[in-house]
Design a protein around this ligand. Structure first.
Ligand code: HEM
Length: 183
């Protein structure tokens, strides 16, 4: 369980938790196990919010990251920001696919590695399909979902109600009148 320390709680209360890091510098360096990482690009996407990370600029994050029980995926993502690029010997999962080619045609070849690969986050652009049209369809604005599904739900509800009325017509129990309120 993640327990927020008093020091962290005060930090968060004294800052606006939803604020965006708007430092002018495009570098936000942290250290982890004697390597340096520039996580500037990731700061505003940090699931715990930017304010948890902000106090650790130029500091070692091994201890706070352990304290908040970060997943294996979080440490994997951290490698993405290593100064000088990811270390080649650690890049096994990275090298399984060509990131410049569509993913769909490649994932089949991952075999048993697929389940590990698919939950290891990276911070880079990729495409799923070769076809531009299919690729475009993977990026759906939120309002398209209710636009399509609300009419379908209404249509099915109307059809269902009509059918129900039709099949229950004339099927009232013999003592139906006993259930009808005298108005
Ligand atoms: C510097 C100190 C850091 C602190 C104090 C911190 C704090 C936190 C907290 C409190 C959460 C939980 C959010 C929630 O469940 O609502 C979280 C989640 C997360 N953080 Fe951090 N974080 C730090 C650094 C980092 C770094 C450097 C990375 C990776 C580049 C990272 C990646 C993540 C990810 C991916 C999650 C989602 C949960 C998980 O997969 O573990 N964090 N962090």
């Amino acid at each position: 369980m993640n327990v927020i320390s008093n020091e962290d709680a005060e930090n968060r209360m004294s800052q606006n938790d939803t604020c965006i890091y708007d430092g002018e510098d495009t570098k936000f360096k942290i250290d982890y196990e004697s390597n340096t990482y520039n996580i500037y690009q990731f700061l505003n996407n940090h699931p715990g919010g930017v304010n948890y990370v902000k106090p650790y600029e130029s500091k070692d994050v091994a201890q706070p990251m352990r304290r908040y029980d970060h997943s294996k995926a979080a440490y994997y993502l951290l490698k993405e920001y290593q100064q000088g690029g990811r270390k080649k010997d650690e890049d096994d999962l990275e090298r399984l696919v060509d990131w410049n080619k569509p993913m769909l045609s490649q994932v089949g070849k991952l075999g048993t590695k697929y389940s590990e690969w698919v939950i290891s986050p990276v911070d880079r652009r990729l495409r799923l399909f070769d076809s531009d049209l299919l690729e475009y369809l993977t990026i759906t604005p939120w309002y398209v979902v209710p636009m399509i599904w609300i009419p379908i739900i209404i249509y099915l509800a109307v059809i269902g109600t009509k059918k129900y009325i039709h099949i229950t017509k004339g099927c009232q129990p013999a003592n139906w009148d006993a259930y009808v309120l005298p108005i």
